[in-house]
Design a protein around this ligand. Structure first.
Ligand code: NAP
Ligand code: HSE
Length: 434
């Protein structure tokens, strides 16, 4: 052993919730093995929480608990700070303070990275530190390492997949059991999948944060949620899942970043109809899948548990191992490199075939009205089907379109919504055949 490896690295935690407790437990239970793998011993040195009296699933000695984050951040003996508290404002403040104090920071906080990644990465550089964030995307799937290291030779025309475990868990159980959305969400929360603010999951924001990170790593550009198309899963009905099944497709919340032939990139998070033969379509429950088309490697697909205590802890522990290796003198990770200046594509540059479900008055002339609106936008209908509605006098209308643009669909839907014969806004899904 050299001098460095005799050092015991001290790890401090900001947050001791679902993820941090998993990290704590596995690092505590496997100290010798992990130290061997990391190349140095470590100590779980301190924990900052909001409520120090809360009962936790792991035993943290009382003298290691504080409610003052600065006790962890400014403790000169602490080498690695794990930010596992979530949120943006305070997490940003403490992360920047920890980097400034010379700590290596490990985080699973995708919302923070999506919103403040540029600032954090530049602070890490400025203070000659490092910031590790493997657990921020796809839970236990080491997708960031794969993208930055294993696939470094490639340019990526398309990255798509399932990036939210909660949504995939809900959709899978809705499809299999016809269970109510609320009861499934309750189970997902009990299993530790759901964000403190559940709308981050079900409204698509969490997937948007994650695809933003992948887009940055692949293309070197930060795409903010306001520049993406984001739609969550709240409006998906059993009728849509049944329709999909009848047409040999499955509904998934798909996050994607695509580079078009002009080199412009576009990111979106949308309920999507995938062919039932697509590998990603068959990834169920809390599992995530990331499919990446590299110009050299071709397509690779990576699957694993995307949320929950142990899966996420696995990724955080891998980062702690890398942090220790970095502190022992291993080189920094590779930076994302964009080979050209990348532009963002607009809605009129993005084409797809679409599925629309409309709740309409069941009376003469309605179909003609709807097809006139679509024709007015040059949208051609591929399939059209009317299904029975639970209320007399109403009908469900399911239709698919030939290829058209996001812009045309958006405008057509606004027009359809304004018709007296159409109840509510049309529910839209993209049809994906990659
Ligand atoms: P969590 O269970 O809500 O735990 C958050 C922890 O942070 C709690 O211990 C809380 O303290 C502490 N905390 C929050 N605000 C604080 C503040 N201002 N000062 C001090 N402590 C504070 O969250 P989680 O599920 O473990 O998630 C943690 C992070 O990992 C988030 O960024 C999340 O997005 C990310 N993540 C989660 C998963 C997952 O499956 N759960 C997967 C991947 C990534 P108290 O306990 O005292 O309230
Ligand atoms: N709430 C997130 C999910 C946790 O369900 O995917 C993992 O990032």
């Amino acid at each position: 052993m050299d001098n460095n490896s005799a050092k015991v690295f001290k790890i401090g935690f900001l947050g001791m919730g679902t993820v941090a407790q998993g990290v704590w437990r596995h690092l505590q239970d496997n100290k010798d093995l992990m130290a061997k793998r990391f190349g140095a011993a470590y100590e779980l040195a301190g924990v900052c929480v909001r409520d120090s009296s809360k009962k936790r699933g792991v035993c943290v000695p009382e003298d290691k608990i504080t409610t003052d984050p600065m006790e962890i951040i400014s403790d000169p003996s602490i080498d690695i700070v794990c930010e596992l508290m979530g949120g943006i404002r305070q997490a940003r403040e403490y992360t920047l303070a920890a980097l400034k104090a010379g700590k290596v920071v490990v985080s699973a906080n995708k919302a923070l990275i999506c919103n403040c990644g540029a600032e954090i990465f530049s602070a890490a550089k400025k203070y000659d530190g490092s910031y590790f964030f493997e657990a921020s995307v796809a839970g236990g799937v080491p997708i960031i390492k794969v993208l930055r290291e294993g696939l470094v030779a490639n340019r990526f025309s398309l990255i798509y997949g399932i990036l939210n475990g909660t949504c995939n868990y809900i959709l899978t159980r809705m499809e299999r059991e016809n269970a109510s959305y609320e009861s499934i969400l309750k189970d997902a929360r009990r299993l530790g999948y759901v964000e403190a603010d559940e709308s981050l999951d079900v409204d698509g924001w969490d997937s948007a944060h994650k695809i933003s990170i992948l887009a940055y790593l692949a293309h070197g550009v930060w795409i903010k949620p306001e520049n993406m198309l984001i739609q969550g899963i709240r409006d998906i009905r059993i009728e849509d899942l049944r329709w999909a099944k009848d047409f040999d497709r499955r509904v998934k919340l798909v996050a994607s970043v695509r580079k078009n032939e002009h080199g412009a990139v576009f990111a979106s998070v949308c309920p999507t109809l995938l062919p039932s033969t697509d590998v990603v379509a068959n990834v169920n429950g809390v599992y995530n899948a990331v499919s990446m088309d590299g110009d050299i490697v071709g397509r690779t697909v990576h699957i694993g548990r995307g949320a929950g205590q142990d899966a996420t802890a696995s990724a955080v522990i891998a980062d702690i191992g890398d942090a220790i290796k970095y502190l022992l003198g291993a080189p920094m990770q590779l930076s994302p490199v964009s080979d050209t200046l990348v532009n963002l594509a607009g809605l009129s540059d993005i084409s797809a075939c679409f599925y629309l479900r409309l709740e309409v008055k069941d009376e003469a002339g309605v179909l003609a009205m709807i097809s006139a609106v679509l024709a007015g936008r040059n949208i051609s209908i591929e399939l059209l089907e009317q299904r029975k509605h639970e209320n007399a006098g109403r009908a469900w209308l399911m239709l698919t379109t030939h290829i058209t643009t996001e812009d045309a669909i958006k405008k057509a839907c606004a027009e359809l919504e304004s018709l007296d014969e159409v109840y509510d806004s049309p529910f839209v899904m993209r049809i994906f055949d990659a």
